[in-house]
Design a protein around this ligand. Sequence first.
Ligand code: ADP
Ligand code: ZN
Ligand code: ZN
Length: 809
Amino acid sequence: MPELAQVVVDVPTMQTNQPYTYQIPATLEKQIQLGVRVVVPFGKGSRTVQGFVVGLDQATDYDGKLKPIQAVMDLQPVINRELLTLSKWLADTTYSFWISCLYTMLPNLLKAKTSRIVRIIDEVSEDVFFDIFHGKDELDLSTVQDQPAIISQLLKLKRAGKVAIDYRIEDRARAKTVTGIRSRLTFEQLEDERLGLHSNAHAQNKLLSYLQTIGEKVVKLKEAERLTGLKAATFNQGQKKGWLEKVPVEVYRTPLGQTPSPDDQHLAKPLTLNDDQAAAVQAIDRAIDQQESPTFLLQGVTGSGKTEVYLQAIAAALAQGRTALMLVPEISLTPQIVNRVRSRFGSKMAVLHSSLSNGERFDEWRRIERGEAQVVVGARSAVFAPLKKIGIIILDEEHEASYKQDESPRYHAREVAKWRGKYHHAPVILGSATPSLESRARAVKKVYQLLSLPHRVNEQPLPPIQVVDMREQVKKYGESNFSRELLQAVDQRLQRREQSILMLNRRGFSSFMMCRDCGAVLKCPNCDISLTLHMDTRTMKCHYCGHEEPIPQVCPNCHSRQIRYYGTGTEKVEQELQQLLPQARIIRMDVDTTRRKGMHEKLLRQFGQHQADILLGTQMIAKGLDFPNVTLVGVLNADTGLGLPDFRSSERTFDLLSQVSGRAGRANKQGQVIIQTYNPDHYAIKDAQAHDYDRFFKQEMGLRHQAGYPPYYFTVRLMASHPEEAQAAKAMAKIHDRLKRGLMPSTIILGPTPRAIARMKRRYYYQIVIKYKKDPHLHELLFDILQDTQSKGYKDVQVSIDPDPQYFM
Ligand code: ADP
Ligand code: ZN
Ligand code: ZN
């Protein structure tokens, strides 16, 4: 039996970012295991905190002064050995606290802080019983936390031995149960009971027979009623007579039900693969077979059958007795993709995403943890699903920025997937029609293995894309969100009773200046990144190098006065569209209309049933939707993304336009795409129009090389914040100094500069971006800086470090 435990405590500071040793009291010996949560005393006084057991030891030179663990919160580990090891790696590579990484891996219900229950164990006065305990035996301490008078009275009672304080064990408390029944008698005893029955007691006779058939099993009451056709009253009689007892049966809150719907029957069978698909599946199968962990880049245009490749590769892993993890971006976690996976794998599948309730999420998590679900489909955080014996990991739409978490711990699901792939000796599949530059560059260098699906399965050509020059439109017809071409096309769909999807690109909303006459975007002379408007200082600023200039009154390129900051809201656009086409039925989909649970699905279902002619929405409508009656896709403003102060803005624009074009003409009707832009000559738009990823890749790689951005350089962003701007700036200057002295001369330090949104939540933010190829000192130096910033010299300064940031705003 181990006598000592290493515990990572829930005190997120650099100084406490290490395991502490505690003594295991004899009473808890059997319950303490690696990966359980415990309550331990910490620091001065009687303060206790929650923590995770991350190590167990024999006491060798134990001097008896160690504090004991106070309570165990879990009956069994909530973090297994693999995830424990992963959490350490995660903390190290993302510059985060170990404790935050451990919590990140758990479903919300298990993240809750300890709840402490006060229980009456001896007689108390009526006043106490009724006024404090409200006539019950227990009280949740957190409900009276802010009432010092009550707290002090409770403490007195505790000293007097009248009440005890327990820690609630989460797992027991949170599981949902229904009533089950179990026979209390043996077969023979039940037979004896039958002899004592009236000859006309048919129902009871039937119940006895049923109890004889179930033996010692527990059956849900509802199910027993259904199977026997008996009423609840009969079971109650049986209970009164002592034939059966009622017991709680744990059930899962399954978010989607587990049986595929009959409508999806046709999805159940694997399809016969075409040659490209077969070659891809074969390569993946071989890796699964030989327990190797290469990373494959599966590149194929929309409709080329990537999903079918995933499904068959998953089947191959399952056939080997292994499990499968499939990640998709949150916005493409539509019922459509989930149905496809479920039709193939039924109750073997679990789903994890953000619109599940905490209870549902917890139950899905437990099904996975217990090995009852072997296929997990989920968004980013599902990469931590507690699957065992993983045989394959898939990231669909691998280029999506949402795979990177933008708060601590700032992990990228792709990197975590690769780590888990290595751990389990399983291949990782990165799938996309428009791979990230980083991934494609690795495939070129043979670090990843490229698998391509160059053709659409149905041999349908990709829809023709028409680019409309909005500069002309504005000149001819005045300002509007809709060009003549687009309006006409939508109108035509209305006549033909076909549907349209219109997308409003909301990225970079009103933060940059663009000329409505020539399309020029105001850029930094040093960085070739667009300048961001700061209303507080009335200037345009570069967030990379700090360059600053006044807000222009005329376009520096063509001297037009039509220079504006850019951006429109969906609601305004909807109004305009309704005015222009009064007969059209419009569904608007944006963060406002989909905030409520289930609304996303509901709106899509309505559109699918043709209860509307037009689906108008933000980027969230770009992915994964598959509506056969949609023959027109329009992008209202392709430019907004281009104006962002971010070196990835062209890439994101290209991705988005390629994605959204794939929505048109999925079935056998020919589709049409119209893109409105003020920059019709921009390469991202032209290449998307030509459906030419390779040409875009070459051009963009050239620019990245020139400017020194990924994939040629790695980047890290440091941020410092303080309620006073001068303090944030001062701290950043100090950090800048240390970096300058500590890093290689070849490493480039940009900044410090104020962030795009310089003031958030009453704090001012400054940032530094580091670009490097190889810098052996960087990792350690950054940790040193984190350590230091928690010391006195940096009072109230918060510093965070973001490796490989996806956004620079
Ligand atoms: P992607 O994921 O690349 O967009 P999908 O896997 O969704 O492509 O395939 C597009 C369509 O083609 C789907 O309706 C799918 O059922 C169908 N499909 C895929 N592979 C085949 C195949 N081998 N034979 C027939 N139909 C297929
Ligand atoms: Zn201009
Ligand atoms: Zn600049």
